[in-house]
Design a protein around this ligand. Structure first.
Ligand code: GLU
Length: 299
């Protein structure tokens, strides 16, 4: 990406785990992929703990995630960021979206929604009589399409208005939703490319809509292969799936590099040697689109 003036922008990447449990093998792949990409672009790499959902947070998980990443040599270039500290900016963005009509207050609870989960537009024109505002939704348009070209997955388009309809940016429990917070924070940190697992690719069109409505320039995108268990199920931190710490670090790093399509020389046994090799040899065109089962990476 370049500035309008033509001078190249400094690359800024990030890894943004929610502190809902120990990092799993898929998280290591995402962290490593975003780190290598940032280093290869001569850029900076940031770490942001997405601690916006206290009910789902596991005490100690954030510190544990930071320590796990450091054990692999994945240390951020700035002090670790915490999403909970930008509550003011999240609220300001929410108010702006409501004021300009891009978002609206909604009085529906889950039981008011149809079984297909697509929001029927009940409160779009104002709260129906007798309803109180519970949440805030982003206004979508059924013909509105958001497209981007992903560095791995290629061209991707979706109609946020058709996929799920007007989506939540302030939850009924008063918490700011991921789709808004991630845009505000990535933009405030000057992230130039979001590198994350492809399980989140269907969120990207909704986030693009938020960028556009806030008048912010969106970053570039690179969605890494999803790592699944042997049954094809995505690994989950909350379910304590395949924690990174279950394997010796050098073995876990080799497997993570393999999942990204890279095979360090057999003699590279130490974390540092493998990472050095990866920094010199990282090549995005070798990364598979996925999904990849953990077992496949180990053979
Ligand atoms: N916090 C999300 C997670 O832990 C990642 C969000 C993102 O990278 O945009 O899965």
């Amino acid at each position: 990406m370049s500035d309008p003036g033509g001078s190249p922008r400094l690359y800024v990447g990030r890894f943004a785990p929610s502190p809902t449990g120990a990092l799993h093998f898929g998280s290591l792949v995402a962290a490593l992929g975003s780190y290598l990409r940032a280093r290869q672009q001569g850029g900076r790499w940031l770490l942001r703990i997405e601690d916006l959902d206290p009910p789902r947070e596991v005490p100690g998980a954030a510190d544990d995630q930071i320590a796990t990443l450091a054990a692999f040599g994945l240390r951020p270039d700035s002090p670790v960021g915490y999403q909970s500290r930008s509550a003011k900016q999240h609220r300001a963005a929410l108010e702006r979206l409501i004021e300009c009509g891009a978002a609206f207050r909604c009085g529906c609870s889950r039981k008011d929604l149809p079984a297909d989960g697509v929001y029927p537009g009940t409160c779009r024109q104002g709260l129906p009589p007798g309803r109180e505002a519970r949440s805030v939704r982003m206004r979508t348009d059924t013909s509105g399409v958001e497209c981007f070209t992903d560095a791995i997955q290629g061209r991707y388009c979706d109609h946020p208005g058709r996929a799920g309809g007007d989506f939540i940016i302030l939850r009924g429990d008063g918490l700011i939703a991921y789709q808004l917070a991630v845009v505000v924070d990535d933009s405030a940190s000057g992230i130039t490319e979001v590198v994350r697992g492809a399980d989140l690719i269907d969120s990207t069109p909704r986030q693009l809509l938020v960028y556009h409505r806030l008048g912010l320039a969106p970053p570039d995108w690179m969605h890494l292969p999803v790592i699944t268990d042997e049954n094809g199920r995505k690994l989950s931190k909350s379910d304590d799936d395949d924690p990174v710490v279950a394997r010796p670090p050098a073995e876990a790093l080799r497997l993570a590099l393999r999942a990204l399509g890279h095979e360090p020389p057999a003699g590279a046994r130490l974390i540092e040697t493998q990472l050095d090799w990866a920094l010199t040899n990282f090549d995005v065109s070798r990364i598979p689109r996925g999904p990849i089962a953990v077992g496949e990476a180990s053979t």
